[in-house]
Design a protein around this ligand. Structure first.
Ligand code: PLP
Length: 365
Protein backbone atom coordinates (compact mmCIF):
# COMPACT_ATOMS: atom_id res chain seq x y z
CA UNK A 1 0.00 0.00 0.00
CA UNK A 2 1.49 3.39 -0.91
CA UNK A 3 2.05 5.76 2.00
CA UNK A 4 -0.68 8.28 0.98
CA UNK A 5 -3.23 5.45 0.78
CA UNK A 6 -2.24 4.16 4.20
CA UNK A 7 -2.35 7.72 5.58
CA UNK A 8 -5.87 8.59 4.43
CA UNK A 9 -7.12 5.31 5.86
CA UNK A 10 -5.42 5.85 9.23
CA UNK A 11 -6.49 9.52 9.34
CA UNK A 12 -10.10 8.49 8.78
CA UNK A 13 -9.93 5.82 11.48
CA UNK A 14 -8.44 8.42 13.84
CA UNK A 15 -11.35 10.72 13.02
CA UNK A 16 -13.83 7.93 13.79
CA UNK A 17 -12.04 7.29 17.05
CA UNK A 18 -11.99 10.94 18.05
CA UNK A 19 -15.53 11.98 17.13
CA UNK A 20 -17.64 8.88 16.31
CA UNK A 21 -18.54 6.94 13.18
CA UNK A 22 -21.55 8.93 11.94
CA UNK A 23 -19.87 12.20 12.75
CA UNK A 24 -16.67 11.24 10.88
CA UNK A 25 -18.71 10.22 7.84
CA UNK A 26 -20.67 13.49 7.89
CA UNK A 27 -17.42 15.42 8.02
CA UNK A 28 -15.91 13.38 5.17
CA UNK A 29 -18.77 13.44 2.66
CA UNK A 30 -16.54 14.83 -0.09
CA UNK A 31 -13.83 12.21 0.45
CA UNK A 32 -16.42 9.41 0.47
CA UNK A 33 -18.14 10.76 -2.65
CA UNK A 34 -14.82 11.13 -4.43
CA UNK A 35 -14.75 7.33 -4.63
CA UNK A 36 -17.47 7.38 -7.31
CA UNK A 37 -15.98 10.15 -9.43
CA UNK A 38 -12.48 8.67 -9.13
CA UNK A 39 -13.54 5.19 -10.23
CA UNK A 40 -15.61 6.72 -13.01
CA UNK A 41 -12.39 8.40 -14.23
CA UNK A 42 -10.35 5.24 -13.79
CA UNK A 43 -12.76 3.04 -15.76
CA UNK A 44 -14.18 5.65 -18.16
CA UNK A 45 -17.63 5.28 -16.65
CA UNK A 46 -19.99 7.74 -14.98
CA UNK A 47 -20.15 8.06 -11.21
CA UNK A 48 -23.71 6.70 -11.03
CA UNK A 49 -22.44 3.44 -12.57
CA UNK A 50 -20.01 2.77 -9.69
CA UNK A 51 -20.55 0.96 -6.37
CA UNK A 52 -18.22 0.27 -3.48
CA UNK A 53 -18.19 -3.38 -2.32
CA UNK A 54 -16.34 -5.35 0.31
CA UNK A 55 -14.37 -7.31 -2.30
CA UNK A 56 -14.47 -8.37 -5.94
CA UNK A 57 -16.29 -11.62 -5.27
CA UNK A 58 -19.19 -9.94 -3.50
CA UNK A 59 -19.32 -7.27 -6.22
CA UNK A 60 -19.65 -10.02 -8.81
CA UNK A 61 -22.17 -11.95 -6.67
CA UNK A 62 -24.56 -9.06 -6.09
CA UNK A 63 -24.47 -7.93 -9.70
CA UNK A 64 -24.87 -11.38 -11.23
CA UNK A 65 -27.65 -12.31 -8.81
CA UNK A 66 -29.45 -9.13 -9.88
CA UNK A 67 -29.74 -10.36 -13.48
CA UNK A 68 -33.21 -11.74 -14.22
CA UNK A 69 -32.18 -15.23 -15.33
CA UNK A 70 -34.87 -17.74 -16.23
CA UNK A 71 -34.69 -21.54 -16.26
CA UNK A 72 -33.04 -22.69 -19.47
CA UNK A 73 -31.06 -19.50 -20.04
CA UNK A 74 -27.53 -20.34 -21.16
CA UNK A 75 -24.33 -18.57 -20.20
CA UNK A 76 -20.80 -18.77 -21.59
CA UNK A 77 -17.88 -19.01 -19.23
CA UNK A 78 -14.25 -19.32 -20.21
CA UNK A 79 -12.29 -22.23 -18.70
CA UNK A 80 -10.05 -19.75 -16.88
CA UNK A 81 -12.91 -18.05 -15.01
CA UNK A 82 -12.12 -17.18 -11.41
CA UNK A 83 -13.09 -20.09 -9.14
CA UNK A 84 -15.60 -18.29 -6.91
CA UNK A 85 -17.37 -16.82 -9.96
CA UNK A 86 -17.73 -20.29 -11.41
CA UNK A 87 -19.10 -21.54 -8.06
CA UNK A 88 -21.55 -18.64 -8.20
CA UNK A 89 -22.69 -19.84 -11.63
CA UNK A 90 -23.04 -23.40 -10.35
CA UNK A 91 -25.26 -22.06 -7.59
CA UNK A 92 -27.36 -20.21 -10.19
CA UNK A 93 -27.68 -23.39 -12.18
CA UNK A 94 -29.13 -25.05 -9.04
CA UNK A 95 -31.34 -22.17 -7.94
CA UNK A 96 -32.52 -20.77 -11.29
CA UNK A 97 -31.84 -23.57 -13.75
CA UNK A 98 -29.36 -21.72 -15.96
CA UNK A 99 -27.14 -23.84 -18.21
CA UNK A 100 -23.39 -23.26 -18.28
CA UNK A 101 -21.41 -23.60 -21.52
CA UNK A 102 -17.70 -23.79 -20.77
CA UNK A 103 -15.59 -22.25 -23.53
CA UNK A 104 -12.09 -23.71 -23.88
CA UNK A 105 -8.82 -21.95 -24.40
CA UNK A 106 -7.48 -21.65 -27.95
CA UNK A 107 -4.10 -22.89 -29.21
CA UNK A 108 -2.33 -19.74 -28.00
CA UNK A 109 -3.97 -19.69 -24.58
CA UNK A 110 -6.81 -17.14 -24.70
CA UNK A 111 -10.57 -17.70 -25.02
CA UNK A 112 -11.44 -19.71 -28.15
CA UNK A 113 -13.59 -17.61 -30.49
CA UNK A 114 -14.35 -20.47 -32.85
CA UNK A 115 -16.10 -22.48 -30.13
CA UNK A 116 -17.75 -19.35 -28.82
CA UNK A 117 -19.25 -18.48 -32.19
CA UNK A 118 -20.37 -22.04 -32.83
CA UNK A 119 -22.05 -22.34 -29.42
CA UNK A 120 -24.40 -19.33 -29.42
CA UNK A 121 -28.06 -20.31 -29.14
CA UNK A 122 -31.26 -18.30 -28.91
CA UNK A 123 -31.25 -19.03 -25.15
CA UNK A 124 -27.74 -17.67 -24.58
CA UNK A 125 -28.08 -14.70 -22.26
CA UNK A 126 -24.67 -13.78 -20.88
CA UNK A 127 -20.93 -14.21 -21.31
CA UNK A 128 -18.54 -14.33 -18.35
CA UNK A 129 -14.84 -13.65 -18.67
CA UNK A 130 -11.86 -13.00 -16.42
CA UNK A 131 -9.68 -10.27 -17.95
CA UNK A 132 -6.43 -11.61 -16.50
CA UNK A 133 -6.81 -15.09 -14.96
CA UNK A 134 -4.48 -15.47 -12.01
CA UNK A 135 -3.23 -18.92 -13.04
CA UNK A 136 -2.31 -18.05 -16.64
CA UNK A 137 -1.46 -14.34 -16.62
CA UNK A 138 -2.86 -14.02 -20.15
CA UNK A 139 -4.65 -10.80 -21.05
CA UNK A 140 -7.85 -12.08 -22.60
CA UNK A 141 -9.16 -10.27 -25.72
CA UNK A 142 -11.79 -8.33 -23.82
CA UNK A 143 -12.69 -5.84 -26.57
CA UNK A 144 -13.36 -8.61 -29.07
CA UNK A 145 -15.63 -10.33 -26.54
CA UNK A 146 -17.41 -6.99 -26.14
CA UNK A 147 -18.12 -6.94 -29.89
CA UNK A 148 -19.27 -10.55 -29.75
CA UNK A 149 -21.60 -9.79 -26.81
CA UNK A 150 -23.04 -6.75 -28.58
CA UNK A 151 -23.58 -8.69 -31.80
CA UNK A 152 -25.57 -11.39 -29.99
CA UNK A 153 -27.28 -9.15 -27.41
CA UNK A 154 -25.56 -10.85 -24.45
CA UNK A 155 -24.90 -9.40 -21.02
CA UNK A 156 -21.12 -9.22 -20.67
CA UNK A 157 -19.74 -9.73 -17.15
CA UNK A 158 -16.03 -9.05 -16.77
CA UNK A 159 -13.88 -9.90 -13.77
CA UNK A 160 -11.15 -7.26 -13.88
CA UNK A 161 -9.71 -8.13 -10.50
CA UNK A 162 -6.16 -8.72 -11.76
CA UNK A 163 -6.18 -6.06 -14.48
CA UNK A 164 -7.40 -2.81 -12.91
CA UNK A 165 -4.31 -1.13 -11.53
CA UNK A 166 -1.86 -2.90 -13.82
CA UNK A 167 -3.14 -1.64 -17.20
CA UNK A 168 -5.68 0.81 -18.60
CA UNK A 169 -9.20 -0.62 -18.33
CA UNK A 170 -11.88 1.29 -20.24
CA UNK A 171 -15.40 -0.08 -19.88
CA UNK A 172 -16.64 1.78 -22.96
CA UNK A 173 -13.85 0.49 -25.20
CA UNK A 174 -14.34 -3.03 -23.81
CA UNK A 175 -18.12 -2.88 -24.08
CA UNK A 176 -18.81 -4.81 -20.87
CA UNK A 177 -22.05 -4.38 -18.96
CA UNK A 178 -20.78 -5.40 -15.54
CA UNK A 179 -17.23 -5.26 -14.20
CA UNK A 180 -15.90 -6.14 -10.78
CA UNK A 181 -12.53 -5.59 -9.16
CA UNK A 182 -10.68 -5.59 -5.89
CA UNK A 183 -8.70 -3.04 -3.93
CA UNK A 184 -6.00 -5.33 -2.62
CA UNK A 185 -4.19 -6.40 -5.79
CA UNK A 186 -2.63 -4.23 -8.50
CA UNK A 187 -4.45 -1.12 -7.25
CA UNK A 188 -2.48 -1.35 -4.00
CA UNK A 189 -5.51 -0.54 -1.85
CA UNK A 190 -6.49 -2.06 1.48
CA UNK A 191 -7.90 -5.55 1.90
CA UNK A 192 -11.65 -5.78 2.35
CA UNK A 193 -12.38 -3.32 -0.47
CA UNK A 194 -13.75 -3.82 -3.95
CA UNK A 195 -15.73 -2.06 -6.65
CA UNK A 196 -18.44 -2.68 -9.16
CA UNK A 197 -19.35 -1.06 -12.46
CA UNK A 198 -22.84 -1.60 -13.91
CA UNK A 199 -23.74 0.05 -17.19
CA UNK A 200 -26.48 2.63 -16.76
CA UNK A 201 -28.63 1.21 -19.56
CA UNK A 202 -29.07 -2.17 -17.80
CA UNK A 203 -29.13 -0.90 -14.24
CA UNK A 204 -32.87 -0.42 -14.00
CA UNK A 205 -33.46 -4.02 -15.13
CA UNK A 206 -31.35 -5.33 -12.27
CA UNK A 207 -32.90 -5.93 -8.88
CA UNK A 208 -30.40 -6.76 -6.13
CA UNK A 209 -31.20 -9.88 -4.08
CA UNK A 210 -30.74 -7.89 -0.84
CA UNK A 211 -32.13 -4.43 -0.23
CA UNK A 212 -31.44 -2.10 2.66
CA UNK A 213 -32.14 1.51 3.49
CA UNK A 214 -29.16 2.65 1.45
CA UNK A 215 -29.98 0.63 -1.65
CA UNK A 216 -33.60 1.75 -1.56
CA UNK A 217 -35.96 4.32 -0.12
CA UNK A 218 -38.75 2.83 2.00
CA UNK A 219 -41.81 4.57 0.62
CA UNK A 220 -44.83 2.76 2.13
CA UNK A 221 -45.80 -0.28 4.20
CA UNK A 222 -45.58 -2.46 1.12
CA UNK A 223 -43.21 -0.53 -1.09
CA UNK A 224 -39.73 0.79 -1.65
CA UNK A 225 -37.91 2.46 -4.52
CA UNK A 226 -34.41 1.34 -5.48
CA UNK A 227 -31.71 3.97 -5.97
CA UNK A 228 -31.50 5.05 -9.57
CA UNK A 229 -27.75 4.31 -9.64
CA UNK A 230 -25.25 1.59 -8.80
CA UNK A 231 -25.52 2.36 -5.08
CA UNK A 232 -28.50 -0.01 -5.16
CA UNK A 233 -25.83 -2.76 -5.02
CA UNK A 234 -24.17 -1.35 -1.91
CA UNK A 235 -24.93 -1.86 1.75
CA UNK A 236 -25.48 1.05 4.09
CA UNK A 237 -22.85 -0.08 6.56
CA UNK A 238 -19.47 -0.01 4.90
CA UNK A 239 -15.76 0.18 5.63
CA UNK A 240 -15.65 3.97 5.07
CA UNK A 241 -11.92 4.20 5.76
CA UNK A 242 -11.40 1.53 3.12
CA UNK A 243 -13.63 3.29 0.60
CA UNK A 244 -11.69 6.55 1.05
CA UNK A 245 -8.37 4.72 0.87
CA UNK A 246 -9.37 2.79 -2.25
CA UNK A 247 -10.26 6.07 -3.96
CA UNK A 248 -6.82 7.37 -2.98
CA UNK A 249 -5.19 4.22 -4.38
CA UNK A 250 -6.98 4.73 -7.71
CA UNK A 251 -5.83 8.37 -7.86
CA UNK A 252 -2.30 7.26 -7.00
CA UNK A 253 -2.30 4.82 -9.92
CA UNK A 254 -3.79 7.40 -12.30
CA UNK A 255 -1.16 9.95 -11.27
CA UNK A 256 1.56 7.53 -12.30
CA UNK A 257 -0.38 6.62 -15.44
CA UNK A 258 -1.82 3.21 -16.24
CA UNK A 259 0.11 3.04 -19.53
CA UNK A 260 3.36 3.79 -17.73
CA UNK A 261 2.52 1.15 -15.12
CA UNK A 262 1.73 -1.47 -17.77
CA UNK A 263 4.95 -0.82 -19.69
CA UNK A 264 7.11 -1.03 -16.59
CA UNK A 265 5.39 -4.24 -15.44
CA UNK A 266 5.83 -5.81 -18.89
CA UNK A 267 9.55 -5.02 -18.86
CA UNK A 268 10.11 -6.59 -15.44
CA UNK A 269 7.85 -9.60 -16.01
CA UNK A 270 9.51 -10.38 -19.36
CA UNK A 271 12.87 -10.12 -17.64
CA UNK A 272 11.77 -12.60 -14.96
CA UNK A 273 10.37 -15.04 -17.54
CA UNK A 274 13.59 -14.84 -19.56
CA UNK A 275 15.67 -15.57 -16.45
CA UNK A 276 13.50 -18.45 -15.29
CA UNK A 277 13.78 -20.12 -18.70
CA UNK A 278 17.46 -20.74 -17.92
CA UNK A 279 16.58 -23.10 -15.05
CA UNK A 280 15.99 -26.63 -16.35
CA UNK A 281 13.63 -27.68 -13.55
CA UNK A 282 11.30 -24.76 -14.15
CA UNK A 283 8.34 -24.84 -16.51
CA UNK A 284 6.66 -21.52 -17.15
CA UNK A 285 2.89 -21.92 -17.19
CA UNK A 286 1.80 -18.56 -18.54
CA UNK A 287 -0.38 -18.92 -21.59
CA UNK A 288 -1.24 -16.65 -24.50
CA UNK A 289 0.67 -14.13 -26.54
CA UNK A 290 -0.54 -11.09 -24.66
CA UNK A 291 0.97 -11.50 -21.20
CA UNK A 292 0.53 -9.50 -18.00
CA UNK A 293 2.63 -9.03 -14.87
CA UNK A 294 1.58 -12.41 -13.54
CA UNK A 295 4.31 -15.02 -13.99
CA UNK A 296 3.33 -18.59 -13.17
CA UNK A 297 5.59 -21.61 -13.06
CA UNK A 298 6.15 -25.10 -11.70
CA UNK A 299 9.39 -26.40 -10.21
CA UNK A 300 9.98 -30.06 -10.87
CA UNK A 301 9.70 -32.13 -7.70
CA UNK A 302 8.53 -29.26 -5.50
CA UNK A 303 5.10 -28.40 -4.23
CA UNK A 304 4.19 -24.76 -4.85
CA UNK A 305 3.19 -24.26 -1.20
CA UNK A 306 6.72 -25.27 -0.10
CA UNK A 307 8.26 -22.89 -2.63
CA UNK A 308 6.11 -20.06 -1.20
CA UNK A 309 7.55 -20.71 2.28
CA UNK A 310 11.13 -21.04 1.03
CA UNK A 311 10.85 -17.75 -0.87
CA UNK A 312 9.10 -15.99 2.01
CA UNK A 313 12.09 -16.81 4.18
CA UNK A 314 14.12 -14.75 1.67
CA UNK A 315 11.61 -11.85 1.74
CA UNK A 316 10.16 -12.77 -1.63
CA UNK A 317 6.36 -12.87 -1.65
CA UNK A 318 4.70 -15.20 -4.13
CA UNK A 319 1.54 -17.28 -3.91
CA UNK A 320 0.59 -20.83 -4.73
CA UNK A 321 -2.37 -21.96 -6.80
CA UNK A 322 -3.71 -25.46 -6.35
CA UNK A 323 -5.96 -27.30 -8.75
CA UNK A 324 -9.08 -26.35 -6.77
CA UNK A 325 -8.29 -22.67 -7.35
CA UNK A 326 -8.84 -23.08 -11.08
CA UNK A 327 -10.16 -26.59 -11.59
CA UNK A 328 -11.53 -26.11 -15.11
CA UNK A 329 -8.21 -24.84 -16.36
CA UNK A 330 -5.52 -26.55 -14.30
CA UNK A 331 -7.12 -30.01 -14.45
CA UNK A 332 -7.32 -29.75 -18.23
CA UNK A 333 -3.67 -28.71 -18.40
CA UNK A 334 -2.61 -31.49 -15.99
CA UNK A 335 -1.22 -29.05 -13.42
CA UNK A 336 -1.68 -29.69 -9.70
CA UNK A 337 0.13 -26.71 -8.16
CA UNK A 338 1.63 -23.48 -9.49
CA UNK A 339 3.77 -20.70 -8.11
CA UNK A 340 2.50 -17.22 -8.98
CA UNK A 341 4.70 -14.14 -8.95
CA UNK A 342 2.79 -10.89 -9.39
CA UNK A 343 5.26 -8.29 -10.60
CA UNK A 344 4.44 -4.64 -10.02
CA UNK A 345 6.01 -1.40 -11.19
CA UNK A 346 7.63 -0.79 -7.81
CA UNK A 347 9.72 -3.94 -8.12
CA UNK A 348 13.29 -3.32 -9.17
CA UNK A 349 15.60 -5.00 -11.67
CA UNK A 350 17.72 -6.04 -8.67
CA UNK A 351 14.72 -7.82 -7.13
CA UNK A 352 14.13 -9.71 -10.37
CA UNK A 353 17.78 -10.76 -10.36
CA UNK A 354 17.52 -11.79 -6.70
CA UNK A 355 14.39 -13.82 -7.45
CA UNK A 356 16.19 -15.72 -10.17
CA UNK A 357 19.29 -16.28 -8.04
CA UNK A 358 17.28 -17.55 -5.05
CA UNK A 359 15.32 -19.98 -7.23
CA UNK A 360 18.48 -21.21 -8.94
CA UNK A 361 20.14 -21.74 -5.55
CA UNK A 362 17.09 -23.64 -4.36
CA UNK A 363 17.64 -26.07 -7.18
CA UNK A 364 21.31 -26.46 -6.38
CA UNK A 365 20.79 -26.92 -2.60
C1 PLP B 1 -9.34 -13.09 -11.19
C2 PLP B 1 -9.80 -12.91 -9.77
N1 PLP B 1 -11.07 -12.56 -9.54
C3 PLP B 1 -11.53 -12.38 -8.30
C4 PLP B 1 -10.72 -12.55 -7.20
C5 PLP B 1 -11.30 -12.36 -5.84
O1 PLP B 1 -11.05 -11.08 -5.34
P1 PLP B 1 -11.53 -10.71 -3.86
O2 PLP B 1 -10.62 -11.42 -2.95
O3 PLP B 1 -11.45 -9.22 -3.76
O4 PLP B 1 -12.92 -11.19 -3.73
C6 PLP B 1 -9.39 -12.93 -7.39
C7 PLP B 1 -8.52 -13.16 -6.23
O5 PLP B 1 -7.53 -13.84 -6.26
C8 PLP B 1 -8.91 -13.10 -8.72
O6 PLP B 1 -7.65 -13.45 -8.96
Amino acid sequence: MPQPVYKVMCDYLALEQSMGGYEAAAKSVNAIDSFYTTFADLLNATSDEIAFCENATRAWDIAVNSISFEAGDRVFVHQTEYSSNYLGLLRLSQSKGIKIDIIPTDAVGAIDFKTLNESVTTRTKAVFLTHVPSQTGVINPVNAIGEFARKHGLIYVLDACQSVGQMPVDVKAIGCDILCGTGRKFLRGPRGTGFLYVKKSILNDMHPPFVDLHAAEWTSTHGYTLQDNAKRFEGWERFMAGQIALAEAARYAMNIGLDVIQDRIALLADDLRANLRHIDEITLRDTGENKSGIVTFEIEGRDAADVVLLLRAQNINVSAARVEHARLDLEKRGISTLVRASIHYFNTEEEIEKFYTVIRNLQES
